[in-house]
Design a protein around this ligand. Structure first.
Ligand code: ZN
Length: 198
């Protein structure tokens, strides 16, 4: 049933397309936005547009950033010889929050999934191999423990092994199918410290 005018409905349905926002939350957000001052709404939309137009991938690790090289890659304090491979920028943020990892990252922007038609060429694997031409001691694979994450880990280990660079996989302890971003820091660190060589 259509209680609202077309414009309200459109706002609700656009907000409802965002991940994790159901119809009810979308309604709540829509009415909240309609109750905001014009200035506040403009501030919000400008911020969204500004982020969208100015955020891109770091040239080194492919994390989302608004500078050419992200702060982690630009830092002198990070060990560039250890690269942790993660599926997305949120997983990187999860490991960064622990404050205990001093290597750098490589963000794949996805995982191999035959079901979804995501092939190795669709994620940043070629870019990883280019990075491995530099001096690298270890590649730590920290993809999720989903079917796709495991398949991606296997694929990467096969690619990297001929280079002679050590390849390791973060330990189990991460629940099967678990997204890294939802896991507490202690478990993340235990998985990192307990990593096994592939
Ligand atoms: Zn970077």
């Amino acid at each position: 049933m259509d209680y609202y005018s077309g414009k309200i409905d459109k706002l609700i349905s656009e907000l409802g397309r965002l991940p994790g926002v159901g119809r009810k939350s979308a309604q709540r957000l829509a009415f909240h936005i309609l109750g905001m001052s014009d200035e506040a709404v403009k501030g919000l939309t400008d911020t969204i547009l500004d982020a969208k137009q100015n955020v891109h991938c770091c040239k080194e690790c492919f994390v989302l950033t608004d500078s050419e090289i992200c702060p982690i890659c630009a830092s002198q304090g990070r060990n560039k010889r250890v690269i942790m491979v993660v599926e997305n920028s949120r997983d990187l943020a999860a490991y960064e929050k622990t404050g205990k990892y001093d290597g750098v990252y490589h963000v794949l922007h996805g995982a191999i999934s035959p079901m979804l038609g995501i092939t190795p060429a669709d994620i940043k694997l070629k870019e990883l191999m280019v990075r491995l031409r530099q001096d690298v001691d270890e590649v730590i694979i920290a993809t999720n423990s989903s079917v796709e994450g495991e398949a991606t880990a296997m694929y990467i280990s096969k690619l990297v092994r001929p280079t002679g660079i050590k390849v390791s996989r973060i330990a189990s302890g991460i629940p099967v199918g678990g997204d890294l971003e939802n896991i507490d820091e202690v478990t993340l660190l235990r998985a990192l410290n307990g990593r096994v060589e592939l």
